[in-house]
Structure formats: C-alpha cells, structure tokens
Design a protein around this ligand. Structure first.
Ligand code: ADP
Ligand code: MG
Length: 355
C-alpha cells in the first residue's frame, strides 16, 4: 500500500450508520425503557406494566392501555423520524408531548428484536408486528413481512428482546444485570411519582413480587411513601411557584428541615419528562445547606413547566441534561421559595420546643 497517497473516502454502510446513531440514543436498557414509558404516557395510558429480564438486556416489555397505533401506520412506525407528534419544523417550538423526534422505536429496532402488539378503540382486533433495522419483518419465519391480526385489548405492548445483540462491544460493557435493573427501578419510580392518575408496575420476569407497584388512585405523597419511604413522606412540604416574566410554573414536594439523607435525592421533571439540570441541583443543595446538619441532604420532587420555546431539549440526543432560558432567574425564584418554606418549618419547630 502506498502510504504517501491519501486513502479514498467512502460512505459508511447505512446499516452501520443506523447502529451508531441508535447506540448514541440508547446506551443502556434504561434509556430504551424511558422512551417507551414516555410513549405510553403520551398515548394517554392510565396503566403501565413493565417486565424485565437480565436487567433489560434479555427482555424489556411494557404494556399500556393507551390509544394504540393505527394499523395503517405500522409499516412506517419504526422508520427514522416518523412521528405522530410533529408535523413541521415550526412545531418544534411548541412541543407539548414528551419525545418528539420519532427516533426511539427506529433506534431500538436497529439494536434489538422488537415486537409490537397494538389495538385502537375502533379496531376489531389487535395487530402484531415484528421489526428489524427500521422495517417490518415476518412475525414467524416464512410468513409475509406484515402485521398479523390477533386477539388483544386496547393499548400497546412493546417487547424488546436481546438488546445490543448486534453490538457486541456495547453488550460486553454491562457488568451486572442487577445494576441495570436498579437503574430501571429508579426510572420507573420517578415516573410513578410524577404521573398522577397512572398505575405503574415493574418486576423481573418470573418474579412474584413487584419492584414497583403503584395504584392509579394513589396521591403523590403516597407514591413517594411507597417508592421512597414513610420517613421522607412524613416530612414533606408542598411547594408551588410561578413567574410569567420567565414563562414558568413549578410545583412539587420537598423535604423539610427535620429530614436529611447522605445524598440528595432529586426527581426533576421539565415539561413532564424526567431530566437533569446540574445548576438547579447545586443551587437547591446550597439552599438546604443552611438548614440541615453538615453532610445532610434533602429529598426534592420538582415538576417544572416551562414555555417550550424556552427549553432546549436537543442539547444531547439522550435528552438527559436539559437547559432553558433565564435559568439563573428561575432557579433563584425556586430556591427563594424553598428558603421561605424551610424557615417557616424551622420557626414552628422552635415554637413547639418553647411552649
Ligand atoms: P416519537 O415519540 O418521538 O414520536 P417514537 O419512535 O418514540 O417517536 O414513536 C413513534 C410513534 O409511534 C409515536 O409518534 C406514536 O405515534 C407511536 N407510538 C409509539 N409508542 C406508542 C404507544 N405506546 N402507544 C401509542 N402510540 C405509540
Ligand atoms: Mg417517543
């Protein structure tokens, strides 16, 4: 080979490109599950049942009772950038629903075996479809590559098997199934706290006992009690604040000055999606520092609604860290509100001791 001459440039195989793109969105089973939970909630489901095998690497199954998917949409369902949630670029500035890029199911179909069973209200039966690399494949070998009519209830069941089966380097990176399962329980717990009116269950395949089990009627504080502890649920303050100038409103439940743990537990939802925001977390920790013993940290469940025009959800394809306009101003208003509440509880405690 002539090392002095440049090598010719070639386009990567489409299949390789798709696998790389999918691997950026879905790094671990929990990321696939997050997309599936958001889809189910977007579909108006009031019940989500999740079953997991081998930390989600062998099986991730989520069954919802939402509005289902039209039979006619099944052929393009897993193509990249197909979505029912976005029609034009302008719509990008007013996103009410969770995910909106139409990439989740496509990505999953590139790196796992994907089965979807769905039924809408006006369909006389359910339809089952299998996908691979964005396309319909036969439900059984030898059959045509099309959905198959079966009996089933309204809603959608998504079954993801053998995640990363064709990405061996990624597959090998997982040390333990229980570590992945714990990440899944953490995520399901977050949505279970946040989604009032929605029942959640999550368990390991074959287990009789549930990892998460929340009834649809459970109030937020009871959701926190069941998922976290009575210890924290008994020491919560309701919290609410809004400001039109910065186009936001927020509410949630935060621990009072009687409660503290070693590590901050923060459940942050921006426009109903579980996200992270490092500056907000730091500021809240600082606010609590003057009220808690050294090394003590709070529990925070905060739901923040921000004018979608002001939110930047596309910073990273995994959509974990989310930024928004006037972040400093909004964070300061929230922290001030927390400060006022903590101070109130502080005085009432002093009062009780004095009397
Ligand atoms: P996005 O959520 O960004 O639109 P997805 O790939 O996650 O992209 O989903 C593609 C489309 O499939 C959605 O827009 C929705 O119409 C449909 N869909 C996915 N999951 C469900 C579900 N559980 N119930 C009903 N429709 C669903
Ligand atoms: Mg989605």
């Amino acid at each position: 080979e002539d090392l002095a001459a440049p090598r010719r440039i070639k386009a990567l195989d489409a299949d390789v490109v798709n696998k790389i793109a999918a691997g950026e969105i879905i790094v671990a089973p929990v990321h696939a599950l997050k997309e599936l939970i958001e889809n189910a909630v977007d579909a108006g489901a009031t019940s989500l049942e999740i079953v997991v095998k081998d930390g989600g690497l062998k099986l991730l199954q989520i069954t919802d009772n939402g509005h289902g998917i039209n039979q006619d949409d099944l052929p393009i369902l897993c193509e990249r950038f197909t979505t029912s949630k976005l029609k034009a670029f302008e719509d990008l500035t007013s996103i009410g629903t969770y995910g909106f890029r139409g990439e989740a199911l496509a990505s999953i179909s590139h790196i796992a075996h994907l089965q979807i069973t769905t039924r809408t209200n006006d369909s006389s039966c359910a339809w089952r479809a299998h996908y691979s690399s964005g396309k319909l494949v036969p439900v059984k070998p030898g059959q045509p590559a099309e959905p198959k009519a079966i009996a089933g209830r309204r809603g959608t069941q998504i079954t993801v098997e053998d995640l990363f089966y064709n990405v061996p380097t990624r597959r090998r990176a997982f040390r333990s199934a229980s570590e992945e399962y714990n990440k899944i329980l953490d995520l399901v717990g977050r949505y279970a706290v946040h989604c009032s009116g929605v029942a959640f269950s999550c368990k390991r395949h074959g287990d009789a006992s549930m990892g998460v089990s929340i009834q649809a009627a459970a109030e937020t504080v009871d959701r926190i009690r069941q998922i976290h502890s009575s210890g924290v649920a008994n020491e919560l303050i309701h919290f609410e604040t809004a400001d039109d100038r910065w186009g936001f409103s927020s509410d949630g439940w935060i621990s009072n000055a009687n409660y503290h743990v070693k590590k901050t537990m923060i459940l942050l939802f921006i426009n109903h999606r579980s996200v992270e925001n490092t500056s907000l977390k730091r500021a809240v920790e600082q606010t609590y520092a003057t009220f808690l013993p050294k090394g003590g940290h709070p529990f925070i469940y905060l739901s923040l609604d921000i004018d979608p025009k002001r939110v930047d959800v596309n910073v990273h394809p995994t959509k974990r860290e989310v930024n928004f306009l006037n972040e400093d101003e909004i964070i300061e208003i929230i922290c001030e509100e927390i400060r006022v509440h903590l101070a109130k509880v502080d005085t009432s405690r002093t009062y009780v001791t004095q009397s």
